[in-house]
Design a protein. Structure first.
Length: 351
């Protein structure tokens, strides 16, 4: 390791950043693959059937078979589509979910290295700026397909995601009124000292979680791709790996949304015992355990995403929009005002 110690701080920073990027990408893509398997297994359990069980022990290698199948299937591009946009849309859908993970602290420290790729002071603003780009991939897919069902799916998606993005963005304002900082690492440190923010801002958590279902096009808010009405919605004309990118994008967005909920409301990588809430762990082993805690919390929320899909009926479109505009928007505004008044009154009592 002498060669590494002889490098300058800039070179060491670049190397550590590359290692963290590769590690996060590998974990996210593996999680995407096995989230699909978990979805199929959980849905099979709920519906009293077996699910995938042929490829590998208990079907554990099914994601590998699915990946090979996606690469080997014929990549057919219909003649009537707008080709450049048609090819571009799947990439635009997948990339934002990966970019969001860049600012989410997935651990405290290992040695002197913070377990976050980019420790931005405006991390939450970055995440909402990137998340808002995800709608372009779906809208572009609907437009580029030059077909009525994908086009209707794209239009539905744009209206749905814009509507719930407003409520989602407003739901986190009380969190930052309480913490007083936009840095996601500071949010976790605040929870390590004072307790998880789900107990201080439960309404914010509920609005954020339900909006996440709408933002990721998951049941009961999967109107952009409702099979009974739109065949498959915005991705009807897609096949092979381009279709797989849409599929992977949905699960990557679910993982990103779960990571955001864990960071903002569920204490991030902390647990309130055994020194697991220490931002400067005593050993590297504890640092690794804190990363495992973060991943475990994400797995729990992913289980909730999957469970809800197979237990709740789909909303009608008017019900979906009514909930977003006439329920969540006023409730989130009231939540901001109530939190601000409470903090003002608390501050007055202290002084």
């Amino acid at each position: 390791m002498n060669w590494f110690n002889n490098l300058g701080p800039e070179a060491q920073f670049v190397i550590f950043s590359i290692v963290k990027i590769v590690g996060v990408f590998a974990v996210v893509m593996t999680s995407v693959a096995y989230s699909v398997l978990a979805e199929r297994k959980i849905s099979a359990f709920i519906q009293d059937r077996l699910g995938p069980n042929r490829v590998g022990p208990a079907g554990f290698l099914q994601p590998l078979a699915d990946g090979v199948k996606s690469f080997l299937k014929e990549d057919f591009t219909p003649g009537h589509v707008r080709k450049i946009y048609f090819w571009l849309a799947p990439m635009i859908t997948m990339i934002p979910a990966l970019l969001v993970m860049a600012v989410i602290p997935f651990g405290s420290k290992i040695g002197a290295q913070k377990m976050v790729i980019a420790d931005l002071n405006v991390g939450i603003l970055y995440t909402f700026g990137i998340v808002s780009l995800g709608v372009y991939g779906i809208v572009l897919a609907g437009y580029a397909s030059n077909s009525k069902y994908p086009f209707l799916g794209g239009i539905r998606s744009s209206a749905q995601m814009i509507s719930y993005e407003i409520a989602m963005g407003m739901s986190v304002i009380p969190v930052f009124l309480i913490v007083g900082d936009l840095n996601l690492g500071k949010v976790i440190e605040h929870q390590a000292r004072h307790g998880w923010l789900i107990f201080y801002a439960p309404i914010s958590f509920i609005i954020f979680m339900i909006s996440s279902f709408a933002e990721t096009n998951r049941l009961p808010f999967d109107l952009p791709e409702s099979e009974q009405e739109l065949v498959a919605g915005y991705n009807t004309e897609y096949s092979s790996m381009k279709f797989a990118l849409f599929f992977m994008g949905e699960y990557a967005n679910m993982i990103a949304a779960s990571a955001m909920m864990v960071t903002l409301f569920l204490g991030g990588w902390t647990l309130p015992f055994a020194g697991l809430d220490n931002p400067n762990p005593a050993s590297k082993i504890i640092g690794v355990v804190q990363i495992a805690i973060f991943l475990g919390k994400i797995m729990v929320l992913m289980g909730i995403f999957i469970w809800v899909r197979w237990m709740w009926p789909r909303f009608r479109y008017d019900q979906l929009m009514d909930l977003g505009w006439r329920r969540f928007l006023p409730l989130s505004l009231l939540n901001i005002v109530a939190t601000a008044l409470f903090l003002w009154g608390y501050d007055m009592m202290r002084h």
